[in-house]
Design a binder for this molecule. Sequence first.
Ligand SMILES: [Fe+2]
Length: 195
Amino acid sequence: MTKDYTAKEFNIPDLEGLSADGVNAHIGLYNGYVANFNAISKLIEQYSGEESKTHELSELLRRRSFEFGGMRLHEYYFSQLEGGASGLAGDSALAQALTAQYGSIESCMELLKATANMRGPGWAILYYDPQGGQFHIGFTGEQHQGHFVTLPIIFALDVWEHAYMPDYGTAGKGGYIDAYLSNVNWSVVAGRFER
Ligand SMILES: [Fe+2]
């Protein structure tokens, strides 16, 4: 039996360029992913073994990882804002590894921003491959497709319309990306890399 997940609470300060109303509405969507994951898990258990529910089960099983991705990625996304904006310490393991691979942190950020600014909804994600000893920047459409399987996520940036429309409108993805990045507490991100 799948245990229920509980929506996390985020301690997010006032942000530059991102309104509290927009952030609170976005957290409401996150809560929906948690509730939907729990609900779908229960339906799958209910329908399992029922031959008349084969099609429903098939779709629910596909849908469940979408809801899980929405839940977990938003937890990364909102926790990156907790504690207030703070730059990446130059002597951190993350800063040193990014500089070694990309030449500079700025170069990595430019790649990440260009990925985030591609057409279409999804997430720009910085992964680290401990086995290959390198980072990968990727784009996952929706939240469950296109991931680098097994790689831990170091940083996740939501670029669905709901993330930027409230404050920046239909053509405002670039402005939103800049605003989000300016509010990141990079010590949270550096801690993930260290772990
Ligand atoms: Fe979102």
